[in-house]
Design a protein around this ligand. Sequence first.
Ligand code: C2E
Ligand code: MG
Ligand code: MG
Ligand code: MG
Length: 274
Amino acid sequence: EAKKSGKKRWNEYQFCMEKSLKRLSDLAQNLSLAERNNELSLHYQPIIDITTDQITSFEALLRWYNPDLGNTNPQEVIDVAEKTGLIRDIENWVLNRALKDLLTFKQIIGQHITMAVNISGLHISEPNLGNYVFSLLKRYNLQPADLTIELTESVLLTYIDAAESPANQMTKQGIKLSIDDFGTGYSSLAYLHAIPASVVKVDRAFLNQTENNTVALECIQTLLSSLNMKSLIEGIETKGQASLLHSLGFNLQQGYFHGRPEPLDYYLSEFLTK
Ligand code: C2E
Ligand code: MG
Ligand code: MG
Ligand code: MG
């Protein structure tokens, strides 16, 4: 009896694995053609300075719609792109489109608007990344400080030692660096001083309103201001969270409460009809 159900579970496991491998290879196959077939797009989520209630920046978030697969999960797509080596081409496409669209944002909202782009760990260690980014800034007549590169905590931990890494090259020239999903990784506060990051994006995991989290957020805020780093909190969904976090000193905020990720067209109609 026990053996039987064990066998049944094994079959289910195998079926499940096969399905997931099939899904992976479907994704990988289609993804390699996605750029050529115009299936990639970007959504932009605003970053708000809550002291003025103005948008200071946008984060570019990858979207991939495929006729056969439908809408796909961005994190899953990034994972597949990393596994298949497509990440470099895809993120170069993201960088190009995001900086091109930044010109439009500056026109419709204000020249102060900047752009944040997520870069994967595999791509940030690519020696040519710096040159490519600078060629784009030149092409669109933008300043290095117009671009922020978002790297996750664990990626940054790997890169600290590589003094000549593209990330260091870029920050030396004025491109901003931001630590994404802060607090979810190995989260050693001790390494922070060694990283030339100007913004730390504290993960929304801290937003579950417990006493503990509030204390942790206070500590993070104190530490970051002593290091002259800006703190940004992501995943703000309610007015209550926004004002609590404001009172804790988090002036830069991002989340569904302030604005969802939307395509450029959304902002065109939003700002041009006002
Ligand atoms: P992320 O960089 O931490 O981006 C924030 C994610 O949280 C986005 O999910 C965003 O839509 C979502 N979000 C924003 N505000 C809220 C909120 O108030 N509540 C909730 N529940 N969620 C919120 P999305 O767009 O699905 O992207 C997921 C992740 O995929 C991103 O996390 C980022 O790590 C990755 N990603 C997206 N585009 C790229 C890319 O071009 N390159 C790389 N390396 N990663 C990317
Ligand atoms: Mg991000
Ligand atoms: Mg994040
Ligand atoms: Mg994330």
